[in-house]
Design a protein around this ligand. Structure first.
Ligand code: 5GP
Ligand code: ZN
Length: 114
C-alpha cells in the first residue's frame, strides 16, 4: 500500500478537512493555505503528475473540473475569480508526487507566479 501522503489522506489515515468526496476524487483544505480559500483536489487513485495521465484518466480530469466549478460557486469565487494550479515536476516546485490541483481564491493574485 502506498505511503504517499495524499494516498494516506484518501484512506483517512491522516486527518484533513475534507470539502468534497465522491467515488474518484477527494478535495480538502491545504495545510498551509496561500490564500483565504486554498483547496486541493486529488484523484483517489495514485497518479504522480499531469504527465502521468493516461487517455483513460481524462474523464477523471473532466470530473475534477466539474468539482472545481461547484466548489467555486460554494465558496463564491465564481464571479470574483480564482486560480487553478497543477504543479508538474521540479521546476514547478511540485512537492507531493500525487496529482493535485490547487484551487486558490479570496484575494487578488499577482502574475507572473514566483
Ligand atoms: P505542490 O507544491 O506539490 O504543488 O503542493 C503540495 C501542497 O500540499 C502544498 O500546498 C502543501 O501545503 C500541501 N500539503 C502537504 N502536506 C499536506 C498534508 O498533510 N495535508 C494537507 N491538507 N496539505 C498538505
Ligand atoms: Zn498517492
Amino acid at each position: 500500500m502506498s505511503d504517499c501522503i495524499f494516498c494516506r489522506i484518501v484512506r483517512k489515515e491522516i486527518p484533513a478537512e475534507i470539502i468534497h468526496e465522491d467515488a474518484s476524487v477527494v478535495a480538502f483544505k491545504d495545510i498551509q493555505p496561500q490564500a483565504p480559500i486554498h483547496i486541493l483536489l486529488v484523484p483517489k487513485k495514485h497518479i504522480g503528475r499531469v504527465m502521468d495521465l493516461k487517455p483513460d484518466d481524462m474523464a477523471l480530469v473532466a470530473d475534477i473540473h466539474k468539482i472545481v466549478q461547484a466548489l467555486a460557486r460554494k465558496f463564491t469565487l465564481h464571479e470574483s475569480g480564482f486560480r487553478l494550479v497543477a504543479n508538474n515536476g521540479s521546476n514547478a516546485g511540485q512537492a507531493v508526487d500525487h496529482l493535485h490541483y490547487h484551487l486558490l481564491g479570496g484575494r487578488k493574485m499577482g502574475w507572473p507566479p514566483g
